[in-house]
Write a protein that binds this ligand. Structure first.
Ligand SMILES: [Zn+2]
Length: 203
């Protein structure tokens, strides 16, 4: 009997203890659980960072592409003019000129103005033989009035300065200009003045 009473008294003491401090014990356990979770998560993230050795991908500015002269030692035969009319001595009238006519006394080799991929080759009456090179998702260059025996084919990857063909007078709307290169440049599919992108002086 005495033992039972002692036990009951202990039980009562335990219950009253839990009534008083149970909340704090429970809260303490939750804090310990949260701390453990945070520590374990942080540790595993840290080890992930240590394992991942791939370098961060560098942002490439496609607009920052530089262009080289498509003809060695060339001078401008006719400037680009999208708004002012300039005289076309072949056709005998004034018109806009959507490219830059270049001529070189030294070489007739036409060179890729930058690295890229040949996307189009065609021959038309007005433009003669044409090679189109896509450089990136921004720029496209077009080389017109070439000889028909071009040095590249569609799908070729070309290096900057690689020979793609030779100049001729194949563009019938500029035949009186003689053998030359009619060069066009497009940025985001809009034509731009190639002279703004080439290091060239007007002669
Ligand atoms: Zn031209």
């Amino acid at each position: 009997m005495e033992n039972n009473i002692k036990f009951n008294k202990r039980g009562e003491k335990f219950l009253s203890f839990m009534k008083k401090y149970g909340y704090y014990i429970f809260a303490g356990l939750i804090i310990v659980a949260i701390t453990l979770t945070v520590v374990l998560t942080t540790t595993s993230k840290g080890s992930d960072l240590n394992i991942d050795t791939t370098p961060p991908t560098e942002e490439v500015d496609a607009y920052a592409l530089k262009f080289d002269l498509p003809l060695a030692d060339c001078s401008i035969l006719k400037v680009y003019s999208s708004d002012k009319l300039i005289f076309n001595d072949t056709l005998g009238w004034f018109e806009t000129h959507h490219g830059l006519d270049l001529v070189s006394a030294k070489s007739s080799d036409v060179l890729a103005a930058a690295e890229g991929k040949v996307t189009e080759i065609y021959t038309s009456d007005l433009e003669g033989t044409v090679v189109v090179i896509e450089h990136n998702e921004v720029y496209t260059s077009k080389y017109a009035s070439l000889n028909s025996d071009v040095a590249v084919k569609v799908g070729d990857t070309v290096k900057r300065g690689q020979k793609i063909g030779t100049t001729s007078a194949s563009a019938k709307n500029e035949v009186n200009s003689g053998a030359h290169l009619h060069f066009e440049l497009f940025m985001d599919e809009n034509e731009v003045n190639p002279a703004d992108y080439l290091n060239i002086e007007e002669k």
